[in-house]
Each structure stands twice: as C-alpha cells, then as structure tokens.
Write a protein that binds this ligand. Structure first.
Ligand SMILES: [Zn+2]
Length: 232
C-alpha cells in the first residue's frame, strides 16, 4: 500500500514546511495555517461530523513517511501516514481522525461556496466520492466507487444526477475488495494545493481513485447501470 508523504506533529502554525506534490511532482514550500479549522463542528452534507483540525495539522503532509513514529498513524482506508492530533476524533467510517480532518479542511473552501455555485457543488461531490471510495467499509455498498463510474467515465454531473447517485446505495455491491494500494490520497491533494487549483486536483484525484479500483470496474459500472435504469 502506498504511504503518502507525511511526518509527525509538532509543526508550529506559520512554520514553513517542505512539501512534495504527488499530482504535480513539484517540490516547494508552504506555510502551515494558523487559523483554527472548522471548529464549529457542523455536519457536512454527507452526514459526517467534521472534526476540528488544530492549527498546523495540515503540516502533517510532509516529505518523509515515518510509519513507525508513535506520533503518526496509518489511515486504515487510504494508507496515508499522518500526524496524530489528539483529541481529534471522527465518525467517518474507515478513516483515521487525522485523515478525515485533513479532508475536511482541504474541501472547506468548496463547502463554503457550494450552496451558491453548482459547479463548485459538483466538485465537492466528486471529492466526497473520491474520498469515500478510498475509505470503503467492509460489508457496506461500494456506492462511492460506483459513483466514480458515473462521474469519471460517463461524464455525468454529480449535482444534476444526484438522484442517480443516491440510488447507488441500493444497487452497489457490498462484497468488493478495495484496492490494496492508492495512487493518490487526500494528503497528496493537500500537498499540491499551493501549485494547482483545487478543482483540477479533485478531478485528477477522482480519476486516480477510479483507476485504482480497476479490478472491480465491471461490478461497479453494472451497479451504475442499474441506478440509471431505476425510476427516479
Ligand atoms: Zn484516509
């Protein structure tokens, strides 16, 4: 399983840290954010309780993977190695608290704009499906991975086809084995934010996640077929 570049905690807010973008290959510097993130704890549209990400937590995305470091934890879903930031918690199934928190802060700007802009709402839904497809829970419908068949390969709009996407909960298979490695994780997306616009990063990320699920493409697209055929 791929380990996303990460490091232990202790990076001070405002500190300049080195990042290497998996999507761009660029190596550069960035500044750890100094503002508290999403401390309001509002549930997002997918029903997840976002977690508060303390200042500097995005700085967990560094250029050295240290899986044995007791201050880091491997996300059980995507394999990203990120700093443990107690008392960070999450109820996102299949994700480590730090990973869910990093996703939350990465898409925060999209979430703020999505209500007023349909294109942003579509990018946000694509990001949510890419993330959820990487954090598939055993025994649950692989609805997010099947949704990527609709959005990535068929070019459907996640907002206009929201009802089709919702029906995937009934049509998606529940016994698929997720990929054992991921080309790109939310840690890679976060690392590239300074050099690539977020919608482009989300699109590349979703395409990579879909490719990683290649062993289950027939089952996932069959589920998408059934969802499209069902009456609305
Ligand atoms: Zn993860």
């Amino acid at each position: 399983m791929r380990r996303s570049p990460a490091s232990g905690g202790g990076v001070a807010p405002g500190a300049t840290i080195r990042t290497r973008g998996a999507l761009t290959g660029a190596v550069g510097t960035r500044t750890a954010p100094s503002d508290p993130v999403n401390s309001a704890g509002r549930p997002d549209a997918a029903g997840h309780d976002p977690v508060g990400l303390p200042p500097g937590a995005v700085a967990a995305v560094l250029d050295t993977a240290v899986a044995e470091d007791p201050d880091t934890a491997v996300c059980p879903g995507c394999g990203a190695v990120l700093a443990v930031v107690p008392p960070l918690t999450t109820d996102h199934p299949g994700a480590s608290p730090s990973c869910a928190g990093l996703f939350d802060v990465t898409v925060r700007g999209l979430r703020d704009e999505a209500r007023a802009d349909l294109r942003t709402a579509a990018v946000l839904q694509l990001a949510r499906d890419a993330y959820d497809a990487q954090h598939q829970v055993a025994g649950q419908p692989a609805a997010a991975a099947a949704a990527l068949c609709l959005w990535v390969t068929r070019g459907l709009d996640p907002v206009r086809e929201r009802e089709v996407g919702a029906r995937l909960a009934d049509t998606a298979p529940t016994a698929l084995t997720p990929p054992d490695r991921w080309t790109t994780t939310v840690a890679d997306v976060a690392a590239d934010l300074d050099v690539v616009d977020l919608p482009s990063l989300v699109r590349s990320w979703a395409e990579a996640v879909w490719r990683d699920w290649h062993g289950s493409h027939p089952e996932l697209c069959a589920a998408a077929d059934r969802a499209q055929r069902l009456p609305g």
